[in-house]
Write a protein that binds this ligand. Sequence first.
Ligand code: C5P
Length: 219
Amino acid sequence: MFHIAIDGPAGSGKSTVAKEISKRLGILYLDSGALYRMIAYYFQGNGVDLADVLYIQSHLDEISIVYADGHYILNGEVISAQIRKPQSGASASAVSRIGQVREKVNSVIRSISEKCSMVVDGRDIGTVVLKDARYKFFLTASPQERAERRYRELIAKNEDVSFEDVLNEINQRDRADSSRSIAPLKPAPDAVIIDTTGMEIERVCDIIAGYVDSRDIRG
Ligand code: C5P
């Protein structure tokens, strides 16, 4: 059993790459950002101000998160498009600053990781959550390119957004994620750093796959 941690800022391509790598290797893919997005979605759906840290801390027990057969399930409800709105990332970033929220997400990830090999993408997978992951990567790209990728994704989903708004949101979120006191966004000392600016996804996957030992590749 082995784990691959792929961390990086918003729009660095990590989720597309992590999904593709999981397919190539025939192992599970877990999107840790989705877990933060689900927690934010739950509280916002109940009209809670995400700045109300005390309330969120004391109501986390109401939330059950299950990841099964590729589905993210929140208190019995399958969650997908609900957490992919343009503002969902910023909401996730707000709740992700709370230590108890991080512990909850980390325990979901760790309990799955005990059962199977997997690729997990996020911000702190290689530095905190799966420190012993066999493979660690940190993807970056220029803010302009990351915003362009995110903008194209949102436009493809018919979201009404402007490029400037997407660029601002990405810059703000990266600042918040990198400067928070708990588990800030940063590469693990033993991570391979890949700048994906101007690179095709296939090329990034080839580079990552090149690091994976042939014994970990299913024939
Ligand atoms: O990766 P994604 O954009 O879905 O993540 C949404 C937000 O969740 C991030 O901006 C970050 O604040 C938070 N997050 C985190 N740690 C992770 C994954 C996501 O703090 N491992």
